[in-house]
Ligand binder design. Structure first.
Ligand code: MN
Length: 251
């Protein structure tokens, strides 16, 4: 277990010990002899509700488009921190703990902003890792998907251009998305860790492809050149996965 995950437990133990001590002090007369150490057992550790999976490929599998260090920091630090934060919220909020990540996305309005940010971050990155693949696993858009892209955008290049523009013009941090909405493809972008599955999303739909335009996703290699990252990113897209998502969303 990592130190980060132990923090809530240590805090809970300290809190429990302090409460026991305070209770003891109140119940004893000042003349009492030195108190024995509290004997009550420590509170049980809160279960880890949401578990981050390893990257589905080696951290250097997307080189040279996305460098190994960016992948390791992105998955091992940024995404992990969102899992840790969501688990910390779930440990003290039973309403949160009983929901899946998808259920949290559909109910962000009823929870504090930490749920929106961290359930969003957890889901978005899980989706993002699977949206990319090593060279031998990427495949190509299916005929059904290509026909839909032509119908809704005029062609693949036009779709990519619109998607890249959505990512490039998202001010600050956020995501660009290709979603199925009413059996049609639509491009949208969201701020921060929002996504089109959220109750509060301006454009709702079923995401089939998404790109992370936070600086942490590209800055080490591309510096401030977000547009270059967006253009090159298409070369690592896992079309096999996008095809599956498209089929599921069109049913
Ligand atoms: Mn990210």
């Amino acid at each position: 277990m990592k130190i980060q995950m132990l923090k809530p437990l240590v805090a809970a133990c300290a809190l429990g010990a302090a409460a026991l001590w305070a209770g003891y002090a109140i119940s004893q007369t000042p003349a009492a002899t030195a108190p024995a150490a509290p004997t009550a057992s420590a509170p049980a550790a809160a279960p880890v509700r949401y578990v981050q999976a390893p990257l589905p490929y080696a951290s250097d599998a997307l080189e040279p488009i996305i460098d190994k260090m960016t992948m390791e920091l992105h998955h091992g630090r940024h995404h992990k921190a969102q899992y840790d934060a969501l688990n910390a919220i779930a440990a003290t909020n039973p309403e949160v703990a009983k929901m899946s990540v998808e259920e949290l996305l559909a109910n962000t309005a009823k929870f504090p902003p930490g749920v929106r940010n961290n359930a969003g971050g957890v889901w978005n990155h899980d989706f993002f890792w699977a949206t990319m693949a090593p060279a031998d696993k990427r495949g190509a858009p299916s005929t059904a998907l290509l026909l839909r892209i032509v119908a809704d955008f005029g062609g693949v290049e036009a779709m990519k251009t619109q998607f890249n523009t959505a990512g490039a013009t998202r001010f600050g941090s956020g995501w660009a998305w290709l979603v199925v909405r009413d059996k049609k493809l639509v491009i949208t972008s969201t701020p921060n860790q929002d996504n089109p599955l959220m109750d509060i999303a301006e454009t709702k739909g079923a995401p089939i492809l998404g790109n992370d335009v936070w600086e942490h996703a590209y800055y080490l290699k591309y510096n401030n050149r977000r547009g270059e990252y967006l253009t090159k990113w298409w070369d690592v897209v896992n079309w096999n996965e996008v095809n599956k998502r498209f089929d599921a969303a069109m049913k």
